[in-house]
Design a protein around this ligand. Structure first.
Ligand code: PLP
Length: 386
């Protein structure tokens, strides 16, 4: 038997022991957490939709109409009109023929890989892909290779070694990298995949709702066609402010997932009220562009302030703005002191990020004001010298 006490003690020693903080408030910028009033700079609720009155009302109406639990899987009797309408609306919004809801993004990624791949196939992943994509590729049993971060030439080199024309070759990439905030070079990846007969799948967890016209996602940020990005996945629990995820693609792809994706078939459908909240979110995205505008203004302002104050910013134009610290202990200590000063910024340490790249993962929201941003930066500056 493994000695769990010893393993936990080791984690503590390495400053990698994780603890949860308890919130007594809705998900928003000003929160009460562990008994303190803080300003949050760590959420993925980029547009402030998680506590938006229209999403809440939609969920309440959904509960009145459908009750709380869905009661069973989509293929039994858990697939409500609300789920079905949301799928149609997501397909329309993202520009694909069909879309399929999953209960979480993690499950969507696992289900896709498991449905498309077997041990004779190949899966290629960016080194810095989200853990759910990495796990999905590994669990599928296909031959698994990682290429250098955001480096189509590295992918090309790996692809050139495969000379099996009948095997599935699936390339998986975050569209916006979740810990670095940089955007994948999708036009080059798409060109390479079409030249080499690979299927390209993007995970747009951090692009959906914020990038592209009306937040329609990273595919439209680059104006790529649905043939160029045949598999599109995004989550509904981040900018969309709700919960769950979906995969969009061709009729055949979606029907394949319905038949084969085990994380779709063998799980209870998300509550219909949550699907109603996501539908309200799609309406907001289409009719209230001011939220995205405000988020983009805040991103620009944050970067401008950092540059003025000589804080090194990374190459990110998205809401994810990492400040590299390097050392695990120092990153944890800065995060702890920021909390004492009233700011919630998470320290991200290995194994979530590569060794030696512990960082403060600062995320911006449409709901921050200039004051919040200025005060955060003023508080960080002396702490960096710890
Ligand atoms: C958050 C995230 C997921 C997982 O989505 P959940 O709905 O939270 O399970 C998948 N991929 C990326 C890139 C993410 O950031």
């Amino acid at each position: 038997m493994k000695d769990l006490v010893k393993r936990l003690a080791e984690k503590k020693q390495q400053h990698r022991y994780r603890k949860r903080r308890i919130s007594d408030s809705p998900q928003q910028i000003e929160m009460r957490i562990d008994g303190r009033d803080i300003v949050s700079f760590c959420s993925n609720d980029y547009l402030g939709f998680a506590n938006h009155p229209k999403l809440k009302q939609a969920a309440i109406n959904g509960i009145k109409q459908y009750g709380v639990g869905s009661g069973s899987a989509h293929l039994i009797n858990g697939h409500s009109r609300a789920h079905h309408q949301l799928e149609d609306e997501l397909a329309e919004f993202t520009g694909y023929p069909r879309a399929l809801l999953f209960s979480t993004g993690y499950m969507a990624n696992l289900g896709l890989c498991q449905a498309l791949l077997d041990k004779n196939d190949y899966v290629f992943e960016d080194r810095l892909n989200h853990a759910s994509l990495i796990d999905a590729g590994l669990i599928s049993g296909a031959r698994f290779q990682r290429y250098l971060h955001n480096d189509p030439a590295s992918l090309q080199q790996k692809l050139s070694k495969v000379n099996n024309s009948t095997a599935e070759k699936l390339v998986l990439s975050d569209a916006v990298f979740s810990m670095d905030g940089d955007i994948a070079r999708l036009p080059e990846l798409a060109r390479l995949c079409s030249e080499t007969d690979c299927r390209l799948m993007i995970d747009d967890a951090h692009g959906f709702g914020v990038l592209g016209k009306n937040g329609r996602g990273s595919r439209l940020h680059f104006n790529l066609t649905t043939q160029e990005i045949p598999v599109y996945m995004a989550t509904l629990g981040k900018a969309a402010g709700s919960a769950g995820a979906f995969i969009a693609g061709s009729e055949e792809l979606i029907e394949t997932l319905i038949q084969q994706a085990r994380t779709y078939v063998y799980t209870t459908a998300m509550p219909p009220a949550i699907a109603e909240a996501s539908r309200a979110s799609l309406q907001l995205l289409q009719h209230e562009p001011q939220h995205r505008q405000k988020l983009n203004d805040n991103i620009q302002y944050f970067r401008q302030c950092c540059t003025q104050q000589k804080l090194p910013v990374e190459d990110s134009e998205t809401a994810i703005q990492p400040l590299l610290i390097g050392d695990d202990k120092k990153a944890t200590e800065i995060s702890r002191r920021l909390f004492e000063a009233g700011f919630l910024v998470t320290a991200i340490r290995p194994p979530t990020v590569p060794e030696g790249t512990a960082r403060l993962r600062i995320t911006l929201s449409a709901k921050h004001c200039k004051n919040h941003i200025e005060q955060l930066i003023d508080t960080i500056i002396p702490l960096r010298l710890l």
